[in-house]
Design a protein around this ligand. Sequence first.
Ligand code: RB5
Length: 143
Amino acid sequence: MKIALAADHGGFELKEKVKSYLQTNGHDVIDLGCHTDESTDYPEYGKVCGEAVMQGNAERGIVICGTGIGISIAANKVKGIRCALCTSLIMAEMSRKHNNSNIIALGGRILEHDVALSIVEVWLNTEFEGGRHQRRVDLLDRM
Ligand code: RB5
């Protein structure tokens, strides 16, 4: 799968681990930065990742900042993006099954990094259930 990745300095270290996990597992990664742990601004990175997904440059996106909160808010400003901030496996699974999340947000400073990789794995391998959830997702997309 083609996946866009973006992080601020608070998510940089985890982004590098997620990138190598994805590449090892055969995914095509578009790394939208940041590229060092120097202080930077999460709104820019959430926005570019959202745009990459909506423009079709990537099928899905993963955004990371210190908590995941700021960058998830930024990604969700892009129309059509359903970015889910996930701190557990069940959140990742449900965000796909019920919300058809197209971006996941992670907190590089609050998640154990091996847990974060498991969250990514579950998220990538869970399909949207459609059915009654489709109408609600359509409502979101019309907002
Ligand atoms: C940066 O210090 C930090 O505020 C940012 O990474 C993120 O946690 C914001 O939500």
